[in-house]
Design a protein around this ligand. Sequence first.
Ligand code: ADP
Ligand code: MG
Length: 246
Amino acid sequence: MKHLEIQNVSQSFGDIHVLDGISLSVSEGEFVSVLGPSGSGKSTLFGIIGGLINPNFGDILLNGKSIKGKRGSISYTPQTSSLLPWRTILDNVLLGQELSGKKDINLAKNMIERAGLKDYEGAYPHELSGGMKQRASFIRSVISPQSLILLDEPFSALDEFTRTDMQKWLLSMWEENTRSILFVTHNIEEAIFLSDRIIILSPRPATVLEEYKVPFERPRQEELLLTEEFLQFKKEIYQQMKSVQM
Ligand code: ADP
Ligand code: MG
């Protein structure tokens, strides 16, 4: 069954035409990545799905019902850290759960510990580095109760090691709880490692260029990244994206 359907969404800001007739869908329990160059309109698309932007054209359906312009039905964290400065890290992480009335402090604490932030539970956002803030807002969206999660480049500020760690953690979370994830990234390797399907956007105004089904079995291990098949697939996507950059 289709969990999320984006139907023919177009968006302009004044003279800037950002999205041009984007249609895509996410099935129940599926992990889909949207891969596109910087400035192609990925965050704009997510803002529309999250209900923060009411699009000029098109519709957004969640379980068959329009959620266009409505917030709260999807767990959505904007690209830039959205931690509330007057709340501690623990209280920030609990925010999504609090809004829905189902607070699980043990789960939140466990996640904070796994993300290496145990000593910062009681700290305020300004006391954390960029990467730490990113991890905290990532935990918040992942433990929110909604069944569809939007993640907008959640690992971009992390160093390689932490990044791989967080990717593995995200995968194990997703494998444990059947939830649907729509993930934005401009990193090809990350998109392949994580996803069932990859949707490639063109440069602005963004259209859907191509869609790939990722042929690798789950659960996926880090070693996959070094196999010939993985590198070949990465190359194919790279060339596809490169062909429209010039
Ligand atoms: P991406 O996330 O793919 O890097 P964005 O969606 O952030 O791209 O931005 C796509 C384009 O839309 C950029 O050129 C950006 O300047 C423009 N844009 C985004 N939001 C607004 C806005 N509220 N007003 C005007 N222009 C915007
Ligand atoms: Mg963006």
